[in-house]
Design a protein around this ligand. Structure first.
Ligand code: LLP
Length: 431
């Protein structure tokens, strides 16, 4: 039996899956498959769950959500969060241009990432991002140099590697000292001292991000305690920190994982900060997955059912290039038929048409299906479309947002011509 994650905005009515008030089969009729489908309601609800902890009863703000746009950077999704008052966490010049195109305020954006280029730093200074989350002394030097050249002051924060084990998949764990991320805990104070001497950098914050799909609050509290110790020590050295960026990382339910409720998670951390006497800090949360993960599905159609002597394969029209997570992390996504049919159930590996054995979307799934049926790959809103590729010259699939009974195409289906439009053949008469 497939585990079904708790999904806001998606439900079964009369044996058929709906997104809000729209049946998924009508979305498939209108836009074809494969296709990503998002619920506006689910996005809003997840954001408001963070906001419930971020706002005090008197309406004053004790924390702000900066959506980690790497998890899903579609302009319409950014627009939804920008209108709700979100800031953004971005990691490239491309993401900066996107967030500006979505109408977001650059002053509410923090720029993270270990390898910022001179061009990226220049653009970020020109548009006036809130802060650079800096990960090394050479990066500090570079930011200072570019800021001096532009006659600006760069607001900076150091990303601390707190060396705590987030107990998640090794590929998405970032806060251990073996990871490439952040400034090593024991070097943080000296790096702040170095930053203080830089003429065109202004220290405003401190930052950490320990990993993703974390199911337990304890590693967050451990990292927080280590950072609060640093803030206290910095203050003794007359280095005053205004904001504390706690990164993202809260996990979601894919296959029955028990995760802290968003509001409870944020409240626990904020109360801990206040309890330890640091209530004056502006706190930033940088969630990605917990805002969008369970707000989106990937809809696909069954092309062929292929029984073999050892296994049954269900070959669908979506593939690893559309949703990379199973191939890359052996990640589990629940898979359900859009319509429940009275058919015999068989056990299948659900696979795509890409020429790789790693091209699977789900293994050992009991499904009552026939060729032509529609399937939903659930919990695909985060790191789904954002990580998709063109492998096998497969055009990227459309994305659709549903709000109530309204359906919006938020990304058109690409054509093969889009994929090679920037390529050039060699000249005709080349020897
Ligand atoms: N802040 C920073 C600095 C990050 O690097 C990340 C994610 C986030 C915030 C958001 O983390 P979240 O709340 O989404 O856990 N592709 C992987 C996940 C990679 C996460 C990278 N960093 C996956 O599909 O599971």
């Amino acid at each position: 039996m497939n585990h079904l994650p708790y999904l806001q905005g998606f439900s079964v009515k009369n044996n058929e899956w709906f997104v809000e008030d729209v049946s998924l089969s009508s979305v498939a009729e209108q836009f074809g498959t494969p296709c990503y489908v998002y619920s506006h309601h689910a996005l809003t609800q997840a954001f408001m769950a963070y906001e419930a902890a971020c706002l005090r009863p008197d309406g004053s703000r004790r924390a702000r959500v900066h959506f980690a746009m790497k998890s899903n950077s579609n302009l319409a999704i950014l627009d939804v969060f920008a209108k709700l008052g979100a800031g953004f966490d971005l990691v490239s010049g491309g993401e900066l241009e996107r967030v500006i195109a979505a109408g977001a305020n650059p002053h509410l954006c923090v720029f993270s990432g270990v390898g910022k280029s001179i061009a990226e730093i220049t653009r970020a200074l020109e548009v006036g991002v809130k802060c650079f989350n800096v990960e090394s002394i050479p990066e500090l030097d570079r930011i200072n140099y570019v800021a001096q050249h532009l006659n600006r002051i760069a607001p900076i924060s150091l990303r601390v590697n707190p060396d705590v084990d987030a107990k998640t998949h090794p590929y998405i764990s970032t806060g251990l000292k073996d990871n490439k991320f952040g400034v090593a805990y024991e070097s943080v104070l000296s790096t702040y001292e170095a930053a203080k001497t830089m003429t065109h950098c202004k220290i405003i914050g401190i930052d950490c991000h320990i990993g993703s799909q974390i199911l337990d609050i304890q590693p967050f509290l451990d990292a927080l305690d280590r950072i609060l110790l640093l803030i206290a020590e910095l203050s003794k050295r007359s280095i005053h920190i205004e904001h504390l960026d706690l990164g993202g990382g809260l996990g979601i339910d894919y296959e029955g994982e028990v995760t802290p409720d968003i509001t409870e998670f944020a409240n626990t951390l904020l109360n801990h900060i206040e309890h330890k006497g640091f209530g004056y800090l502006d706190v930033i949360f940088e969630p990605g997955r917990s805002l969008v993960g369970n707000a989106g599905v990937l809809m696909t159609a069954v092309e062929y059912l292929k029984p073999t002597s050892s296994k049954n394969f269900c070959i669908v029209d979506a593939a690893m290039n559309d949703l990379m997570r199973p191939a890359m992390y052996e990640a589990f996504h629940a898979i359900v038929p859009v319509k429940n049919k009275l058919l015999p159930t068989h056990n299948y590996d659900v696979v795509g048409p890409v020429c790789e054995s790693g091209d699977w979307l789900g293994k050992n799934r009991d499904l009552a299906i026939e060729s032509g049926d529609l399937l939903l790959i659930l919990s695909a809103g985060a790191y789904g479309s954002a990580m998709s590729s063109h492998y096998n010259t497969r055009p990227k699939v459309p994305e659709v947002m549903v709000k109530g009974h309204q359906t919006f195409l938020i990304r058109e289906r690409e054509t093969p011509q889009h994929l090679f439009a920037l390529e050039r053949r060699l000249p005709e008469h080349l020897d």
